[in-house]
Write a protein that binds this ligand. Structure first.
Ligand code: DON
Length: 575
């Protein structure tokens, strides 16, 4: 049986390699071989670099830069490639945020292409007749999907790019049509959701469920229906997604599965340009996401709350430095739950939340000797399998692009948009489905983040740039649900305060405290004596799986240094 499989696999590989031999170019001029690729964790480059969750997508981004594109071209091509080769999180059926710096004008931009609630959504749509939250519906299947924003976001990025969208989408089309080889992690990821795919889809055949059983490393994943959708986008632009055949496929899927996204919801979706949130930390300028992401505000609050303290002198991962950052996080996440939501629906007191006076007052009850207990609220469990994805890109002109997009958790709603071949998000769970009821990341919320038609759900995504003396320094971001801001914060503190290399800064174990639940989560690898002393101060500590998959690019001595997170298949490329 095994021999038979090996022979068939080799024949498959032979034909596939032949196709690529005739067509060696995945998007003209690229050396991207979807059958043989390796992970490159770090690199130093002259001209341009991409760090993201999949080696093929990083290579596609660099290839378009080599053909005359800039960091924005790479962002579009990489995101589209991720939608194919990293379907658990890379997406066209989700949404995200982009923070970027345009070198020619030394200006910063922020694009919000977060999903929005369908027009027929309502505040209590996930409550049963007794008023209990039914999280199954906000987290899986048709009703959990928000109106996707990614494609609109990519077209909003296009004016900053140099190549045509037609060229930039070509590699993704070829990768979907001809297939690519799965790594072990990807094969396992698909297998772990096999039962969910079967449960939450209405079509008998979807690309992610292998007819003959489970996926193995080395199998080829081909996505013909996704390729057709990408071709429609290539031909008709954003309308190829939000109108016509693709929109109809989404609508038909909604009808078959009890979802509520309408043709008008799709047609009316708009990505928005917002003013990036920027603030100073130890003389560096940090630029990140404003609401409807909580990410930038949490970054600003936590970093500015810890700024008056000598974090470097306290020592890396010392009891005191962990305690300080955790207490700042506790206060910030409490603010998130009360004050943060879609600014088009809710007045977020953003400048008040990051004013020096307010933050000093917030930390005035910080006790260096003991943990401040969070209010006792029903605690949710933070899952270890989370799926969002971040791309950090820079080019030698000084363009910087940080883009984080998501389906929410692993394979989003698990529902494929019918014959359109892509996974729909389950972003509706990022709303507060009921005050005090934790979402899948254990986050609670209230009025600010209640569901309303066309409202954007609160996010934690934090694609972030750091400038040093006004010049490009870091491009940074990560997935991880509510742990996103804390991973970004710790990566920045590791580089700025502890003078670590970017590679070390992201590889070091991370910790996370989000007010509710009142638990200090830690990755493996902390000194047990330090953890014991934190317990004595009143912390409840819980070890959990990986926190974040951070990608960083650093501008250093005229070069571009790139580092990808060792927690996944993440890989850098550059030239
Ligand atoms: O927008 C948010 O904050 C979440 N939907 C992000 C989810 C996430 O990062 C899952 N990741 N690994």
């Amino acid at each position: 049986m095994k021999t038979k499989f090996l022979i068939l696999f080799s024949i498959g590989l032979y034909y596939a390699n032949n196709i690529y031999a005739q067509n060696p170019i995945v998007g003209a001029g690229l050396e991207v071989d979807p059958y043989h690729y390796e992970i490159t964790r770090t690199g130093t480059y002259e001209n341009g670099t991409v760090a993201c969750a999949h080696p093929l997508a990083s290579q596609v981004g660099v290839a378009v830069m080599k053909r005359g594109g800039n960091a924005f071209d790479a962002a579009i091509a990489t995101q589209l490639a991720l939608a194919v080769v990293y379907p658990g999180a890379g997406n066209i059926g989700g949404g995200g945020f982009m923070t970027a710096r345009i070198a020619s004008s030394s200006s910063n931009i922020m694009l919000d292409f977060r999903e929005k609630a369908p027009s027929h959504a309502s505040r209590d749509m996930y409550l049963d007749k007794d008023g209990n939250a039914v999280l199954e519906k906000s987290q899986n299947g048709h009703l959990s999907a928000g109106v996707p924003g990614t494609v609109a976001g990519l077209f909003k990025t296009l004016p900053y790019a140099k190549l045509s969208f037609k060229e930039l989408i070509e590699p993704a089309i070829i990768l979907a049509e001809k297939g690519f080889v799965l790594s072990e992690k990807e094969a396992n990821g698909l297998n772990s959701d096999r039962a969910n795919f079967i449960k939450y889809n209405t079509l008998k055949k979807i690309a992610f469920v292998k007819d003959t059983g489970i996926w193995h490393a080395g199998d080829t994943l081909v996505q013909p229906e996704l390729a057709e959708t990408l071709k429609r986008i290539q031909k008709d632009g954003a309308k190829g997604f939000y109108e016509g055949k693709t929109a109809n496929y989404i609508l038909e899927e909604m009808k078959r599965g009890g979802g509520i996204i309408t043709l008008d919801d799709l047609k009316n979706y708009e990505a928005k340009e917002r003013i990036p949130l920027s603030f100073q930390y130890r003389g560096y300028e940090v630029i990140s996401t404003p609401p409807p992401s909580s990410g930038g505000l949490i970054l600003a609050q936590v970093l500015r709350m810890i700024e008056p303290f000598p974090v470097a002198d306290m020592g890396f991962h010392s009891t005191l430095s962990i305690h300080l950052i955790a207490e700042a996080e506790r206060r910030s996440f409490a603010d998130r739950a009360k004050f943060m939501g879609d600014p088009d629906f809710w007045k977020v007191p953003d400048s008040a939340l990051i004013s020096t006076k307010y933050l000093m007052q917030r930390m005035s009850d910080f006790n260096p000797d003991s943990a401040t207990p969070s209010k006792l609220i029903d605690a949710g469990n933070i899952p270890v399998s989370e799926q969002t994805t971040h791309i950090s890109i820079a080019d030698k002109q000084g363009n910087m692009v940080a883009i984080t997009t998501t389906l929410n958790n692993h394979f989003g709603s698990k529902t494929v948009a019918g014959h359109a071949g892509f996974i729909l998000n389950d972003e509706m769970d990022d709303f507060s489905v009921k005050p005090g009821v934790p979402n899948m990341y254990g986050a609670i919320g209230g009025e600010a983040n209640a569901i309303a038609p066309n409202k954007r759900m609160l996010s934690a995504m934090s694609p972030t740039l750091v400038l040093k003396n006004g010049n490009p320094f870091l491009v940074v971001g990560t997935p991880g649900g509510t742990t996103i801001p804390t991973s970004v914060i710790q990566s920045i503190v590791n580089v700025i305060d502890y003078k670590m290399s970017i590679e070390k800064a992201i590889a070091e174990p991370k910790f996370h405290l989000q007010w509710s639940p009142d638990i200090l989560y830690v990755e493996k690898g902390f000194d047990t004596r330090i953890l014991d002393s934190l317990r004595k101060m009143g912390y409840t500590i819980q070890e959990r799986g990986g926190i974040g998959r951070t990608e960083i690019v650093e501008f250093k001595n005229g070069k571009l240094l790139s580092a990808s997170d060792p927690r996944g298949d993440d890989s850098v490329a550059g030239y």
